[in-house]
Ligand binder design. Structure first.
Ligand code: HEC
Ligand code: HEC
Length: 375
């Protein structure tokens, strides 16, 4: 059991910033969670999660991630053995593609009726989300699942709650053609872009074959890879600045680890590197009721029974800014989300002080975009 989780962690561990990780025997791994954890007495489950957590602690940080920031005190001692790694200060990207991708991200002409852009649902001024339970697309069509943030999406091992896209490039096919989102087609999008001399020139300068759907996807993806949010207070703490987070937040981090949240939310993204079922130690969907197709998660991609109710573990970076929470948008506050996680993933009820401290720790994960704190 522990070995299986450990193996999975080690897949994620080799991840370089922005490198997509191969699917790391994902089915086997959450099978082991479902089968060993669900029928177990709680004590055993806690033990195994704690053991997984111990294994996770080994060797997660790499020296290059932990370099103190330029201009900071040289006596800082980076925390080398933590299961969460700081987001790198920058990633190598093509600036011209990023600029074109940014324009496309804000471009309503990517939608059928020219009313909805990527930014409509992923507003960078509001945490990269729309704060709705379900987003609204063209003709005010309501989607079926909560919109995650685009910040740090380049750090995830897969895209979407059910992981159906392997790359950011592949992800773009989803919203542009989804009838509830932008409701367009590639021929329609390309024709509209061809109509604009500004786009024709911008594409020509970067891509020899000009406006092509794979180039639109590549530029959008390159822009999204630029949406990293380094320098959260917690990352400054990892880089050795012990005063960057408060004593309460340190306690919260400790509890995040000892309760076992860290077994699933870990690595540079504090999540985003594995699939796990929702409802390991409790019947989440039975208690909530009204199960929809979207609730089947990864099963919708693979058709395998063991993938029912399995989701990509979301990143908790900037999570204080991205309410409502969960794929169903059912938790309005971080307190509710953490309480639900403790109950259904760990079979625990957190005492109020522990809950408060874990939430304080999560709030210290809010980072900066382009050198400024996220609003
Ligand atoms: C109508 C609202 C809407 C629009 C427009 C929209 N998205 Fe999304 N986006 C969503 C929703 C909802 C999801 C989750 C869908 C799912 O997981 O099945 C999502 C998921 C994503 C993800 C995956 C993030 C993760 O953590 O898995 C990325 C990346 C993304 N969108 C980028 C884009 C880009 C780029 C565009 C423009 C081409 C775009 N979105 C347009 C609502 C929208
Ligand atoms: C067994 C793996 C696992 C454990 C342990 C776990 N989580 Fe999660 N967490 C998930 C998954 C999977 C989701 C996505 C669930 C969904 O929406 O379907 C999630 C979602 C969340 C969210 C919502 C994020 C968002 O953007 O919607 C928060 C907050 C969260 N977890 C915090 C915690 C905390 C705090 C703990 C410990 C008390 C914890 N988790 C323990 C797997 C886990």
């Amino acid at each position: 059991m522990c070995a299986k989780i450990h193996r999975q962690s080690s897949c994620a561990r080799g991840q370089k910033p922005n490198q997509l990780v191969p699917p790391c025997r994902e089915r086997k791994i959450h099978k082991s969670w479902t089968f060993s954890l669900r029928p177990s007495p709680l004590g055993f489950a806690r033990g195994t999660i704690a053991a997984a957590f111990c294994l996770c602690l080994l060797g997660h940080s790499r020296a290059s991630d932990l370099q103190p920031l330029p201009g900071t005190n040289a006596v800082l001692r980076p925390k080398a053995r933590e299961p969460i790694r700081p987001i790198p200060q920058s990633v190598p990207l093509d600036a011209a593609k990023v600029a074109l991708g940014h324009k496309l991200f804000d471009e309503p002409r990517l939608s059928h009726d020219n009313t909805v852009s990527c930014a409509s649902c992923h507003n960078l001024k509001t945490g990269g989300v729309d704060h709705r339970v379900h987003s609204l697309g063209i003709n005010q069509a309501e989607g079926v699942i909560n919109a995650p943030t685009v910040f740090n999406s380049g750090l995830h091992f897969k895209q979407f709650w059910d992981g159906r896209a392997d790359s950011l490039e592949e992800q773009v096919d989803g919203p542009t053609q989804d009838v509830n989102e932008m409701g367009s087609t590639w021929p329609e999008i390309l024709a509209k872009l061809e109509h604009s001399s500004a786009y024709v020139n911008a594409f020509k300068e970067i891509y020899p074959d000009g406006i092509q759907h794979q180039n639109v996807k590549n530029a959008l993806a390159e822009f999204e890879r630029s949406l990293i949010t380094p320098n959260s207070r917690f990352d400054r703490y990892l880089r050795g600045d012990d005063t960057a987070i408060t004593a309460e937040e340190k306690q919260g981090y400790l509890k995040f680890k000892t309760y076992g949240c860290i077994a699933c939310h870990q690595g540079v993204d504090v999540g985003g590197n594995m699939f796990q079922p929702l409802g390991i130690l409790g019947d989440y969907f039975g208690d909530r009721g009204k199960v929809t197709k979207a609730d089947f998660g990864r099963f919708n991609v693979t058709g395998h029974d063991e993938d029912k109710f399995v989701f990509k573990v979301p990143s908790l970076r900037n999570v204080a800014l991205t309410a409502p929470y969960f794929h169903d948008g059912s938790a309005q506050t971080l307190e509710q989300a953490v309480t639900t996680m403790a109950k259904y993933q760990l079979g625990r009820e957190l005492p109020p002080r522990d809950l408060e401290q874990v939430v304080l720790f999560l709030k210290s994960l809010t980072g900066q975009y382009e050198g400024k704190p996220l609003p």
